[in-house]
Design a protein around this ligand. Sequence first.
Ligand code: CMP
Length: 140
Amino acid sequence: MAIENTLSIIKPDATRRNLTGAINSYFEKQGLQIVAQKRLQLTKAMAERFYEVHKARPFYNDLVNFMISAPVVVQVLRGENAVLKNREIMGATNPADAAAGTIRKDFAESVEANSVHGSDSADNAAKEIAFFFAEIELTL
Ligand code: CMP
């Protein structure tokens, strides 16, 4: 297995409830390192571009508006098989389907307000990391 980087976003429902530290402890306890992290307020244009792949989906406008409703924390997680491992730590997109002990089971409010985003492939991880972070921020 290879050491990978993956992009994670702690979403507005979670920052609003002051859950950044609680969520970060799930990553760290399960062997992922937080190698870069920043809290920011997404603009509408940024959220639209980030979720462009979902543009045709009925939930797109609501998703964009939700993602700009409060600050987010964007972060790069690193570890063995980090893309897949983070998806296991997060749990299923819909918290109703998420396994016990996952972030979404423990914290998510709904399929939209589901507390975290994680890249779904190594290719998308590289694109999503480059969307939020400059190379100089990823040297450690
Ligand atoms: P995320 O991993 O950020 O990627 C796309 C997001 O769309 C997803 O998590 C959900 O929060 C959101 N979303 C909202 N409604 C739906 C839906 N009906 N099905 C799937 N994803 C949805």
